[in-house]
Design a protein. Sequence first.
Length: 345
Amino acid sequence: MTIVVKHTATSVVTIERFIIEEERNHPEATGELSGILYDLALAAKMIANKVRSAGLADILGATENENVHGEVQQRLDVLANEIIIKAMDHGGRLCAMASEEEPGIIQIPDEFKCGKYCLMFDPLDGSSNIDVNVPVGTIFSVVRKITRGRHGELEDMLQPGRRQVAAGYVIYGSSTMMVYTTGQGVHGFTLDPSIGEFLLSHPNLRIPENGRYLSVNDSYEQLWDDSVKSIMRKYKGLDGDRRALSTRYVGSLVADFHRNLLGGGIFAYPSNKKTPKGKLRLLYEANPLSFIVEQAGGAASNGHQRILDVEPSELHQRTPLYIGSRSEVEIAQRAIAGQPELAVV
Ligand code: P6P
C-alpha cells in the first residue's frame, strides 16, 4: 500500500523561515527589521501563554492602576506591556518604543545598543474583554528613526502612517495568529502550540471587495451626526439601494478587524459627541491596521482623508476610523467629506 503524504504549500513554513525568505528579496536588508519581527513573534508566544492560562492563574481582573488614558489597567495589560518591552529592549534594533500603557516614549537602557527603528504598540487591545473570554490582541507598528543622535525621540514616532516599514497584530482567539506586512503583502501565521511555532497559514491575504460584515457599536447612534447616521443606514440596506451587511461587533478591535479582513466589509468607529476626535489611537491602532488593510487591497479613512496620510501631533492621538473593503470605506468618505475616491500613494 502506498502512503501519500500531502504537504500543503504552507504547512511547514515557520514565521522565522518566511521572514528570512522575505529578507532575501531585499539585498540591501541588514536583518534588523527581521530581528524585530522574530522578537515580536517570541513576545506573542509568551503573551499567548499568559492569556491562555489567565483563567487558571490568579491574574484575571483589574489592577488598582489607571493608564495614561484614565482606563483601569487589567493585570494582563500590564504583563503584556512588560513582556514586549523586555523582549524588544536589548536586541539593538530599536532606538525607542511607545506603548498605549506608557505616558511617554520608552527609551532603550544605556547598557543596550540602539538601532534605527522605532516600535509603537498596544500590548493587549480589548483587554476589558479578557475576563469574559472574548478574543484580545496585540497591535504593532514599526517606523525608521528620522532624528539624529543615538536615542529615539518623540519626533521619530510622530510620522504619518505611510512611513511605516512594518505593521501587524496578534489575535489571541480560538487560535493564536500573527498577521503582518512589511509592504510585500499581508501574511498570517497560526501558532501550533504543540511545537511552539507560528506556521504560515494565510499567505498573501486579500480583503474581499464585496464584504459581508458591518462592525460598529450602534449604542452611540444618538451621538452621531447626520452624515454618520446616513452611512450606517446605507450599510444596513435601509435605503433600499444595496444589500444589507451583517452586523458583527465584539468590542475588541483586533477581533473585529480580523474577521472583516478575512470576510470583507467595514469596521467603523466614528467620532461622536462623547468622543469628537474618535476613540481609537492613531499611531498604534489605526495606522498599523490601515497599512495592513491597504496591503490587502482595502482602504482606511478618518472620514476626511486616508488614515496613512494623517500627520500626527501627539503620541496618544485619537482618530475616527472607517476601515475595510475599499468600496465600503468610500461610501463613508463620500458621505462625510464629499470625496468619492480615496487617494492612495
Ligand atoms: P466601545 C477596546 O476597549 C477598544 O479600545 C477597542 O479594542 C474596541 O474596538 C473599542 O475600544 C470598543 O469601544 O466604545 O464600542 O466599547
